[in-house]
Design a protein. Structure first.
Length: 252
């Protein structure tokens, strides 16, 4: 069935564009990566990885907050809590990093922000980095020497806090770095024109018209689901022996 024509825009910076379409994360995990729906009555949606070690949930009770949790075998379980006004594209990047073990240990958390012109706040703790427009603060919590640091961030416009994000101790640096890369990105995000920009954010949001719309969003989602499913099926398939090995076995 054709979807009604709805005008879309490209909006930037991303951290002011709102949550977007949550199905871009949930359908990608369910249909692409084979996650399970484990929702309860208190949750809008809750998903678990096939091995049960990773969880992504959107809670109704906690002011529509996303939670990401990981259970490890080294007593270093970790969690992240992210407001629903954080773009789903940012959260998808975090989950994608969770799914790729080698990328979880990138230690360069603040590098993307510094490269994008974020600065250290003069009137804040020295571990606070501020966006060029002054609307987002990203802070490393103080900890004892050598202890893993928790991080938190907040986006505030005219005294209205649009979202907060908190990463617990033991959150892999690569996961936190995925978040800072998203914050630092200048790429605009596709959003419905209705409701964009967020109330109060108009003076700080750049909005341009675009011919892209709902069908383009869905096509992009289906392509990502197909790609993820293909990688998952390839990883699950037994590796065929090379041709030379097969020839050798026939001559025995």
């Amino acid at each position: 069935m054709p979807h009604p024509t709805v005008p879309y825009v490209l909006a930037a910076p991303g951290y002011l564009t709102g949550g977007g379409d949550w199905e871009h994360l949930t359908e990608w995990l369910l249909r692409g990566h084979g996650w399970r729906d484990v929702s309860t009555i208190d949750q809008h949606t809750a998903l678990a990885s096939p091995d049960g070690r990773l969880h992504v949930a959107l809670s109704r009770r906690a002011a529509w907050t996303w939670s990401l949790r990981a259970a490890t075998s080294h007593d270093q379980d970790w969690a992240a809590l992210l407001g629903a006004h954080i773009p789903v594209e940012y959260i998808t990047e975090l989950v994608d990093t969770m799914l790729r073990p080698a990328s979880r240990y990138d230690p360069d958390v603040l590098g993307p922000l510094h490269a994008a012109g974020w600065t250290t706040a003069a009137a804040a703790p020295p571990s606070t980095t501020v966006s060029p427009d002054g609307l987002v603060r990203f802070t490393a919590e103080p900890t004892p020497s050598r202890a893993p640091r928790p991080w938190h961030a907040a986006c505030t416009v005219d005294r209205q806090t649009w979202w907060t994000a908190a990463f617990s101790t033991h959150t892999p640096p690569g996961v936190v770095a995925a978040f800072t890369r998203s914050l630092a990105s200048n790429d605009p995000l596709l959003r419905m024109a209705i409701g964009t920009p967020l109330y109060g954010c108009g003076p700080y949001t750049r909005v341009t018209q675009t011919p892209h719309g709902y069908d383009d969003e869905q096509a992009q989602l289906e392509a990502r689901i197909t790609e993820a499913r293909g990688h998952r099926l390839a990883a699950a398939s037994p590796t065929a022996p090379p041709p030379s090995s097969r020839r050798a076995s026939r001559t025995r």
